[in-house]
Design a protein around this ligand. Structure first.
Ligand code: MCA
Ligand code: AMP
Length: 520
């Protein structure tokens, strides 16, 4: 292939019948493969007409819609760099991302145009469009004037395709730079490893994916969309996850991908039974640890064994339980609950101790990885990038785990202070920063505790300044005004002291222990 543009590879996998349905929405709208081809051409032509500099970023904060997916594909097609932003982010968060990435184009919902465009124009962005989830907005109005023919722009494998920011603001959030080559290699590896089918299935045309996740993170945007498109598979598109409707869609689908919370919520539905999943081939979970109880209950209720895999924004997918027996690990290989499976065929994974030496089988240490899927570095942060790679080119994931004698990888914790709540990352340091600036607050600690729905949620423990009256509800209300809603601690306590070690460092493990029963 002379061009390594990811879009070219996805386009090449479209089925020969372009009139067949590519995407069917929850509301019953149908988009054909020809619609994807033409609409992405029109949007790509609109971007081209703007005469943007090479490597321009297109930052997008819009509600989930098929048109939003088309905008992603059009950005690839036109050779620019896609920068998706969580719809929950508020102005301070957006200001940081736009200021840091300096996008040439920003696309937001019509409802947010006022404040988003103000931030964007201040940061030097030339073009701000709107895109709503009901197929309206200036982006579509403008694209409608462009040709539906477009020659996909040639890209090198090493050229940037997307920047994904890891959570946090206050200057610390890092933009992971992913290339066309990173994403194509991962998509092809997963197509093979998860046994995607082009024949048979619910309608005789192979796999059908239920797309139930947001499209501003790796799981929904890359793993799910690339997975379906690189296989020419239809998607059933849910703008918002709803457990009852997701189960109802299973009658005409074969693959489901979700964070553990989605599985927990579907298990609470009486309609989930063996008959409901009789056409399903594969259930995939990831982004956060899948509890063994969820894994086992799912097996009992549906007869299906969830396939758990592990990845990161910086690397896309790294490990996976096997779909079928993995020859590298012998015929005994099966999907094992509590593990994230084996390193993917083109991923090298090792576990190292604090001394930087490889650890023997079964011993716990830092997980390091290398492969064609591993990102190019952090946007405009060469020092941070250098810190996160070893001299021999392995990326330090910040996850702590082990590899057993059969080759299964288990994640046992994280060296990074991070809470994963319902599949979203929350950095305690960011929340503590905001709380510590509040009137009357001397200090705070935010810790993750178990939660039956979200897996883990944040709890804030706050010390007031001498003589100050600080109310937990007021702290939560002030945070809500500034931060994305999923980052808000679910409880706040004002206490007189925090547990500390002899070096005066707050012992978060003791706080986690103290509050671990709050929600369970
Ligand atoms: C919503 N809320 C949450 C979360 N989501 N609280 C904590 N954690 C969450 N994840 C709160 C809101 O703040 C709000 O609270 C209330 O729940 C209702 O909000 P709503 O938006 O209606 O919630 P929902 O629709 O029920 O959303 C739950 C969800 C969603 C469907 C589980 O969080 C979700 O789609 N999660 C998936 C995230 C994901 O795709 N992660 C992949 C990252 P209040 O009313 O008080 O304001 S990619 C990744 O991690 C790597 C690379 C990988 O391996 O895949
Ligand atoms: P993100 O920064 O959103 O890309 O989140 C990546 C992090 O999610 C990883 O570093 C892991 O800590 C976590 N993660 C992803 N998949 C799994 C999994 N299956 N089990 C445990 N943790 C996971």
């Amino acid at each position: 292939m002379s061009s390594h543009n990811l879009f070219s590879a996805l386009r090449a996998a479209f089925p020969s019948d372009l009139q067949a349905t590519a995407v069917e929405t929850d509301e019953g709208l149908r988009y054909s493969w020809a619609d994807l081809e033409r609409a992405t051409a029109m949007m790509a032509n609109l971007l081209k007409s703007l005469d943007l500099p090479e490597g321009s970023r297109v930052a997008v904060q819009v509600e989930k819609s098929v048109e939003a997916m088309m905008l992603y594909l059009a950005t690839l097609r036109a050779g620019y760099v896609f920068l998706p932003l969580n719809t929950a982010y508020q102005s301070a968060e957006i200001e940081y991302f736009i200021g840091n990435a300096e996008p040439a184009v920003v696309v937001c919902s019509g409802a947010n145009f006022g404040w988003v465009s103000k931030i964007a124009f201040k940061a030097g962005t030339q073009h701000v469009f709107t895109l709503n989830d009901d197929r309206t907005g200036s982006l579509l109005d403008r694209a409608a004037h462009h040709s539906d023919q477009h020659q996909t722009v040639s890209r090198k494998a090493d050229d940037l395709a997307a920047i994904l920011y890891t959570s946090g603001t206050t200057g610390r959030s890092k933009g992971a730079m992913l290339t066309h080559g990173n994403m194509l290699s991962n998509a092809l590896t997963l197509k093979d490893y998860w046994g995607w089918k082009t024949t048979g299935g619910p309608d005789g045309h192979g796999d059908v994916l239920i797309h139930a996740l947001p499209i501003f993170h790796v799981h929904g945007l890359f793993v799910a969309i690339h997975g379906a498109l690189i296989n020419g598979s239809k998607m059933i598109w849910m703008a918002k996850f709803d457990p009852k409707r997701a189960i109802a869609h299973m009658a005409k689908a074969s693959v489901f991908m979700g964070v553990p919370t989605l599985y927990v919520r579907m298990l609470a539905e009486s309609s989930l039974n063996k008959a409901a999943v009789k056409n399903m081939r594969l259930f995939i979970a990831g982004s956060a640890p899948l509890l063994i109880e969820t894994f086992t209950e799912w097996q009992a209720r549906t007869g299906h064994t969830i396939l758990e895999r592990y990845g990161m924004s910086e690397t896309a997918m790294l490990t996976s339980n096997p779909y079928a027996a993995d020859k590298r690990y012998g015929q005994q290989s099966e999907r094992r609950g509590g593990t994230v499976g084996f390193p993917l065929p083109d991923v090298l994974l090792r576990v190292r101790g604090d001394d930087g030496l490889d650890l023997p089988v079964g011993e716990i240490g830092g997980i390091q990885v290398k492969g064609p899927n591993v990102f190019k570095g952090y946007w405009r942060m060469p020092e941070k990038t250098a810190e996160e790679f070893t001299a021999d080119g392995y990326f330090k994931t910040g996850d702590v785990g082990k590899v057993d004698e059969r080759g299964y990888v288990t994640i046992v914790g994280r060296s990074k202070d991070l809470i994963i709540s319902g599949g979203y990352n929350v950095y305690p340091a960011e929340i503590e920063g905001y709380i510590n600036e509040m009137k009357g607050v001397a200090e705070s600690a935010v810790v993750g505790v178990p939660h039956p729905d979200f897996g883990e949620v944040g709890v804030a423990v706050v010390i007031a300044k001498p003589g100050a009256a600080v109310q937990p509800d007021a702290i939560i209300a002030e945070l809500k005004a500034k931060l994305a809603n999923f980052k808000i601690p679910k409880k706040c306590f004002v206490v007189t002291e925090l547990p500390r070690n002899t070096m005066s460092k707050v012992q978060k493990n003791l706080l986690r222990d103290q509050y671990k029963g709050l929600f369970n």
